[in-house]
Design a protein around this ligand. Structure first.
Ligand code: NDP
Length: 294
């Protein structure tokens, strides 16, 4: 592309940002849509977040993504926060406004769009949600907003699951999130569940680890969705498949959180075929095979 005086800048702030796939998503979209836009990662040191946001605004940056460890910390640096992001308490996308940046959360709608594109429905389902960290919190909100009938939130630290469940139930006016200690998984009812794996167990390089080993647990799962995408076949996914369930990794969630951010920055709707072209490029970069998709 030719960068000139009209080129708009978007980027990612976080620490670390060196292994991010986001430039590939946004620069490919910009190229395919013919937008004069460039996306770059910005490594922001601890203690410099406020300076980074102010500096980006002063430099006429159009929009930013926000990653670990700043998704919650950034809330106080924004002039406006979208209602959904405020409820979730985490922002991963900043959109330029007249007097500062407005914060959004596109992780949650990104996961929803990814699931829909795989034909996974969550409305009315009973869900097992593994984890109670930042990602699991957003998934719990998604489930509550999308009328999941019940969510069993299993976490190693029960207090954390209890706190997240209480907050999500209160803020959504539902009482569908049911916290449980991870070790209590044998008490789950006999049922076929959609299970969402939102812990960091099994993430590269610890690819042989899995949150629960017991085959009996996996017999209760008809579909397993692991938010991890590196490796592209986690042990969790393998164990789900070994018991006859369908299993998916989290790369499409990453794709769609980016696509939704791009749409917010540019006020466009990205055609599905174009999103899927970007997805193919992401898979190639990850060295993924077709077998990882089933
Ligand atoms: P957090 O650090 O906020 O949460 C980690 C979670 O994992 C907690 O529930 C923690 O339990 C649990 N956990 C960690 N180690 C263990 C262990 N040894 N045994 C049992 N439980 C454990 O991380 P995030 O919520 O931000 O991210 C979770 C995962 O989701 C990551 O792998 C990340 O890569 C993925 N992710 C994927 C995205 C995508 O676009 N596909 C987007 C965001 C995240 P405890 O509370 O007891 O410590």
């Amino acid at each position: 592309m030719i960068i000139d005086g009209h080129t708009r800048t978007c980027g990612l702030i976080g620490n670390p940002v060196e292994h991010t796939m986001s430039p590939m998503i946004h620069n490919t979209l910009a190229e395919n849509l013919g937008h004069d836009l460039v996306y770059v990662p910005f490594h922001v040191e601890e203690g410099r977040l406020t300076d980074a946001v102010k500096g980006a605004f002063a430099l006429n940056v159009l929009g930013l993504n926000v990653t670990v460890p700043y998704k919650s910390q950034i809330l106080s640096d924004l002039t406006e926060i979208d209602e959904l992001a405020e409820k979730i308490g985490a922002v991963n996308t900043l959109v330029r406004r007249e007097d500062g940046f407005k914060g959004y959360n596109t992780d949650m709608p990104g996961l929803y769009r990814a699931m829909c594109s795989e034909g996974i429905r969550i409305e009315g389902e009973e869900v097992i949600l593994l984890g109670a960290g930042g990602a699991a919190r957003a998934v719990a909100f998604l489930c509550a907003f999308r009328n999941v009938s019940k969510v069993y939130m299993l976490n190693r630290s029960l207090e954390k699951a209890e706190a997240v469940a209480a907050e999500v139930n209160e803020k959504t006016g539902r009482s569908c999130i049911c916290p449980m200690a991870l070790s209590d998984y044998p008490k789950l009812p006999d049922h076929k569940f959609l299970a969402i794996q939102a812990t960091s167990v099994g993430l590269y390089p610890d690819v042989d680890k899995v949150i629960i080993e017991d085959e009996a647990f996996y017999r209760k799962i008809h579909t397993g969705y692991d938010l991890i995408y590196k490796p592209s076949q986690t042990r969790f996914m393998k164990l789900v498949r070994a018991q006859g369930g369908k299993a998916y990794h989290g790369l499409k969630m990453l794709l769609y959180q980016g696509v939704i951010a791009y749409e917010l920055w540019n006020n466009v709707s990205v055609p599905e075929e174009m999103a899927l072209q970007v997805y193919e490029a992401m898979k190639e970069k990850m060295g993924m095979k077709e077998a990882d998709e089933r």
